[in-house]
Design a protein around this ligand. Sequence first.
Ligand SMILES: [Zn+2]
Length: 227
Amino acid sequence: MITETISKTNGQKLSIEDIGDDHLFTGLDTPMKANAFEMSNTEKKERISILFSEIMDVLGLDLTDDSLQGTPDRVAKMYVEEIFSGLDPKNKPEIALFDNKYQYNQMLVEKNITFYSNCEHHFVPIIGKAHIAYKSSGKVIGLSKLNRIVQYYAKRPQVQERLTNQIANELKTVLKTEDVAVIIDAKHLCVSSRGIKDDTSATVTTYYGGEFNNASKILELQNYINN
Ligand SMILES: [Zn+2]
């Protein structure tokens, strides 16, 4: 069993508990194997179901019980098709750009986008709200697409800092502008239901790009979000 690991980035020795409880993360990209998509989704579900039933068996659960029998299959389906479906680039939302016909040239804010993600250190939920803002560079996207981008990146094992940056990066690429802002306010069940068991704290992460990286813009944005 691994109890400690040497950081690939700085050679530092870290215990696996420290990595989880301090929520360290190693980079902007979700760490994926090169052959991550060689296996079909059907094969993935079959494998996960077998492996999950082993976990349940090791825990001492009776898998012949009517209530538990279908759990490995349900978990496998949920992992592949729902809560981790954002690992597969095939599920990335197609974003169509429209001309900014109204010549609206102020910030656009889409606030309170509810999302559910999962902590990559403990595989328990992260529940939060994302607030997104951008200033059009001449093109706009449908409002629901902002929501879809958030949901796509949330449906991965995540750390909140990476989720924030991945959403910001995608917006910058799609909207062809640096003028994007992402604020995420989330509750981590690995902090509230286990470990330090702090039920009241929440974590806020931000990305302010281009024109948003300015005290008065940040204040304006915060005003819209808090009202
Ligand atoms: Zn965690």
